[in-house]
Design a protein around this ligand. Structure first.
Ligand SMILES: CCC1=C(C)/C(=C/C2=NC(=C\c3[nH]c(/C=C4\NC(=O)[C@H](C)[C@H]4CC)c(C)c3CCC(=O)O)/C(CCC(=O)O)=C2C)NC1=O
Length: 168
């Protein structure tokens, strides 16, 4: 599992190069945003349960068929599984925010997920929507706390993009 620094080291070491201007710019940005990324994670941690709950309510409000008979989140067990998945996405997104890298998402979350979801009939589009709603809620909380909200973009956008693309 890699963070922004170890990813760069890996990429440059493969070809035996010293860091160039581009690498140094990326390192600079990683360190300059460090405090904001840690603060953003603290906000996510402190509000995780509330974020997941609010996002779930909003998602089922927008797409009520999910929790009606025949919907994938219908029955208490599947409703709970859905919210648990949202909690996974939020927690792993918070790790990726700290790491400044999406490798943890590939390794721990996205690997094999599509196959699992397809075999269980878990709909991808609504899952992606749920992640988008969590991103919106987190960003609103960060703005309220005076923390640069864009530090969470990379992590959430990566989850959204990877999940969407793999199922088109
Ligand atoms: C940390 C990495 C990780 C992920 C991501 C993960 C996801 C994951 N979600 C699952 C199920 C599920 N996931 C959902 C989710 C939803 N259904 C909907 O309609 C909504 C759109 C959506 C919520 C937003 C549901 C309902 C199930 C249960 C499906 C079933 O058992 O029929 C399963 C099958 C096994 C189980 O039920 O626990 C896995 C592995 N597990 C992991 O270890």
């Amino acid at each position: 599992m890699r963070d922004a620094v170890t990813s760069l080291i890996k990429n440059y070491d493969v070809t035996g190069r010293y860091f160039d201007r581009n690498a140094l710019d990326r390192l600079k940005s990683y360190f300059e945003t460090g405090a904001a990324r840690v603060q953003a994670t603290a906000v996510i941690n402190a509000n995780a349960a509330e974020i997941v709950k609010a996002a779930g309510l909003r998602l089922f409000d927008e797409l009520p068929e999910l929790i009606r008979p025949g919907g994938n989140a219908y029955t208490t067990r599947r409703y709970a599984a859905c919210l648990r998945d949202m909690d996974y996405y939020l927690r792993y997104a918070s790790y990726a925010v700290v790491a400044g890298d999406t490798d943890v998402l590939d390794e721990r979350v996205l690997e094999g997920l599509r196959e699992t979801y397809n075999s269980l009939g878990v709909p991808i589009g609504p899952t992606v929507r749920g992640i988008q709603i969590m991103k919106d809620i987190v960003q609103a909380q960060l703005m309220e706390a005076g923390i640069a909200a864009n530090v969470v973009d990379q992590a959430f956008d990566y989850l959204i993009r990877e999940l969407s693309e793999k199922n088109l």
